[in-house]
Design a binder for this molecule. Structure first.
Ligand code: ATR
Length: 270
């Protein structure tokens, strides 16, 4: 029987995950069925139960279900426990549901693929919401010299950073805590959706620095345009999207697909 997977979201029709996983399966010669399912807002657990009953083996979870998915898991990876959210469900032996989150691996892998060395780097992360919490464990595991989490609401960044201080040199505060220059600046805010830029100094970037935006689109985000004008190399979040998918695929099937051809194809289709 064909192994079934899906992405749960609400809305979910525009998710790129079905196309990405179909491309991975074609690359590896796997026979899988991967669909997008719009789960009811108030009954994510029921949607997952029904999917398992229909032969589902694993799922991706996107907005707004990542916390609901976290709560239903029988076991969690350390990085998912730290994130307080799950983007990957894996059906294990005896019907046990395991939860993991692969966004951080996707981010760190994409930085690596773009030639960025995190080890020993001075890193600034903008934002302190769920997107940032979800990536801090793998980011700190790459052993940067330090990570500053800076956020419009300073208190949120301080509380978030405090949850990770056992993993490395990390602190949090408001944008006034930004102490330039940095080697890597990661935008994890949704400010660009509103056409906004966090208030940042013009000398933010060290020589050879990289600006990374977790968002992507056909055009560079306002943050990446701002960064390019100040001499930074810029990378958008499309590679992170493909990377998190590849890590999910590996969790389900034991084999990590090559992301480069799928990323190139996705880039062409934007
Ligand atoms: P996500 O799950 O995408 O992280 P979130 O938890 O709502 O969503 O977090 C959004 C992040 O973007 C927060 O860090 C938010 O800052 P606040 O904590 O101060 O709200 C940040 N953000 C959103 N709009 C912003 C703007 N216009 N300027 C600066 N930061 C903004």
């Amino acid at each position: 029987m064909t192994d079934r997977y899906c992405v749960f979201g609400h809305p979910v029709a525009h998710s790129k995950s079905p196309a990405i996983h179909a491309a991975f399966a074609a690359e590896l010669g796997d026979d899988i069925d991967y669909t997008a399912i719009e789960a009811p807002l108030d009954d994510f657990a029921g949607a997952w139960q029904r999917f398992m009953a229909a032969g589902g083996r694993g799922a991706n979870v996107t907005v707004p279900f990542k916390e609901q998915a976290y709560r239903l898991c029988d076991s969690l990876s350390e990085r998912a426990r730290r994130a307080g959210a799950v983007n990957t469900l894996v059906l294990g032996a005896e019907g046990v549901t395991h939860g993991d989150t692969t966004d951080g691996v996707g981010l760190v892998g994409d930085l690596h693929d773009n030639g960025v060395t995190l080890a020993g780097a001075w890193v600034l992360v903008l934002g302190a919401g769920g997107a940032v919490r979800g990536v801090l464990e793998p980011l700190l595991a790459a052993q940067p010299a330090s990570v500053l989490v800076a956020n419009r609401t300073a208190e949120k960044a301080a509380v978030l950073a405090a949850d990770f201080t056992d993993l490395g040199a990390i602190s949090g505060g408001g944008f006034e805590a930004v102490d330039a220059p940095y080697d890597v600046v990661i935008n994890g805010t949704s400010a660009s959706l509103a056409g906004d830029l966090p208030p940042l100094p013009d000398d933010l970037f060290a020589e050879g620095a990289t600006a990374y935006d977790m968002m992507y689109g056909a055009e560079p985000t306002i943050f990446l345009r701002w960064a390019a004008a100040r001499g930074a190399r810029t990378v958008d979040g499309l590679g992170m999207l493909v990377g998190q998918a590849a890590e999910s695929y590996r969790l389900w099937r034991g084999q990590r697909p090559d992301t480069a051809p799928v990323l190139a194809e996705l880039r062409r289709s934007l």
